[in-house]
Design a protein around this ligand. Structure first.
Ligand SMILES: Nc1ncnc2c1ncn2[C@@H]1O[C@H](COP(=O)(O)OP(=O)(O)OP(=O)(O)O)[C@@H](O)[C@H]1O
Length: 235
């Protein structure tokens, strides 16, 4: 049998005396869209950071197609698109300059066509020559989504991507996520929005006090049942 795309084996993460993740064992496959829920401080961001090698486990192992991450960090990182609270954009550069910089870094081909395609999708193409420092929170988030998707990543990781977005920007994000969700890509999203997370996903997970306490296919549970399970799991 082939190895899972990503596999956590008994992963623990401690920050000093804080035990942020406890003995997490879980696997992800290509084509899955996993929404991860949990209360504040449960360990969700820590989980995402471990996944994209922004931090390392205190014990246990994470592997990619059977190879421990320690052995393939750079190669593995380039397969990711990360959308988090931090936009990773240069405020004194224009949107175009920022995106060209990242596109070159990622080795994107046909850079200007790719940037145009994505900026048009997030409705920022007309503002492409404006400096990022003049962008609103929602515009920054949309530009940060563009930055993360430039190199057409295989694995997209999102940490509360809807935070701070108005309805229109949320709709644009939902549309982009729907388009991204195909059999070749893996999407893992942390969110506090039960309905958005449920609607988008193929699999639902709940982390509580550092432990993975719920992990089910969406097809096995309705939104109402899931909301009930969430309340039970975190109370
Ligand atoms: N760099 C760090 N140094 C020390 N403690 C940390 C660090 N990062 C996270 N923690 C602690 O680890 C625990 C889990 O934090 P984490 O940010 O992963 O939770 P979360 O579920 O993403 O929370 P939220 O929903 O509030 O974003 C918390 O107790 C947090 O204070």
């Amino acid at each position: 049998m082939s190895e899972p795309l990503i596999k956590f084996s008994s992963v623990n993460k401690k920050y000093g005396h804080i035990h942020a993740l406890r003995d997490v064992s879980v696997s992800f496959e290509k084509g899955e869209f996993v929404s991860v829920f949990g209360p504040n401080g449960a360990g969700k961001s820590t989980f995402l950071k471990l996944l994209c090698t922004m931090t390392s486990p205190s014990s246990g192992e994470i592997s990619y197609e059977g190879v421990p991450l320690k052995k393939l960090r750079d190669e593995y990182r380039s397969r990711f698109g990360v959308i988090s609270h931090q936009p990773f954009l240069y405020s004194e550069l224009t949107a175009m300059e920022n995106l060209r910089f990242y596109a070159q870094l990622y080795g994107v081909k046909h850079i200007d066509e790719r940037i145009k395609e994505l900026l048009t999708k997030v409705e920022l193409y007309k503002r492409r020559n404006d400096k990022v420092r003049g962008y609103s929170r929602g515009m920054l988030q949309r530009l940060s989504i563009t930055r993360a998707l430039l190199h057409n990543p295989d694995i997209v990781v999102l940490d509360e991507p809807y935070t701070g977005l108005d309805t229109h920007a949320s709709d644009i994000l939902t549309k982009i996520l729907t388009e991204l969700f195909d059999s070749l890509r893996t999407i893992i999203m942390v969110t506090h929005n039960m309905k958005q997370g449920y609607d988008a996903a193929s699999r639902l997970a709940i982390i509580r006090r550092g432990k993975l306490v719920f992990d089910k296919k969406k097809s096995d549970i309705s939104l109402t049942e899931f909301e009930r399970s969430y309340t039970e799991a975190v109370s």
